[in-house]
Design a protein around this ligand. Sequence first.
Ligand SMILES: Nc1nc2c(ncn2[C@@H]2O[C@H](COP(=O)(O)OP(=O)(O)OP(=O)(O)O)[C@@H](O)[C@H]2O)c(=O)[nH]1
Length: 348
Amino acid sequence: MGQRRSGKSSISSVVFHKLPPNETLFLESTARIQKDSLNSFMEFQVWDFPGQIDVFDNPSFPFDMDAIFGEIGALIWVIDAQDDYLEAVARLNATILHLQRSYQHINIEVFIHKVDGLSDDYKLDIQRDITIRIQDELSDQGVENAPVNFHLTSIYNHSIFEAFSKVIQKLIPRLGQLEAMLTNLCRTCRFEKAYLFDVNTKIYIATDSTPEDMASYEICSDYVDVIIDFTEVYGSWQRTPEWRKRLEGPPWEQKLEDQVACEWAESGMVLADAQRPIMLREVDRFLALVAIMKEGSYEKMPQINMNVDVVVKGLTEFFEITKSKMTPTAVPGGVTAVNGNGVVGNGH
Ligand SMILES: Nc1nc2c(ncn2[C@@H]2O[C@H](COP(=O)(O)OP(=O)(O)OP(=O)(O)O)[C@@H](O)[C@H]2O)c(=O)[nH]1
């Protein structure tokens, strides 16, 4: 939700439909509520509300509030940081007060958006100003501790994916267990940082307990892109029977399936300048584990693979158990997915 032209449809199109940011210039204004569903590691729906509609103050078309807010887990409010934001903040305040009365379970995530082109100091000033205006108004109305969080975002860099990652993480039951698994893996394998990615959207749904680091997120997320593009081109490559016979003949004398280390997609790469290998391992058709290793740890790949195997099994079980408990919520997609054979294909 948010004012007209604040960037709502652009965010949804860039994150969930891989629209290049420049092409959002040609998006038309949203006239009615757009619902978008994605069957990913959890079932998402994104509802894009037209900026000109105020659902709480629309006497001619009263909305069914329970149908809209009864089941959602998070409400994202987009504020255009490059425009006068006083009216947007006033509408956001009114919305929070409405939600606090009947739907306190909803996390309110404020995206202070279009911060590209603004200096770091100015961004922080705006964030401080908006936070104070909202907190003051809420405490004047007697509302304390409302679940409101702020994110500085832009579709022109990774900040929008990072912010969405944080929003989604809050909706995952037992996130702490996922994080503990990744933290243990990092300790055992001496990884610097590990992320569990939703490959469709490049949102990371969990990471280990070391401090957040935008640079590692960016490199891992770009790596997911590279592998997906590569697999899209070569993944469906069928070997001819003669070629297969040669590969299975001497000196290997083994069926191709038995020669590969694992049935899923896996990949490793060493960056020449940093000397730090990056590894990717598919968990299922929606999720991939990506980790940045310490310098020189490439020789230990066999042990690392064994540990990663165990964690991948654990993650698979985790999602089987928690799938039924996942909150259906805010967001969508419908793009490429890695299927069970490590091949990227369209649809699910
Ligand atoms: N500089 C900059 N421009 C952006 C960003 N995100 C969106 N825009 C631009 O903002 C304009 C409006 O974007 P929309 O996504 O159509 O806005 P909306 O909130 O969906 O608008 P309504 O459908 O009218 O409610 C477009 O020209 C986008 O290119 C951003 O992060 N930075």
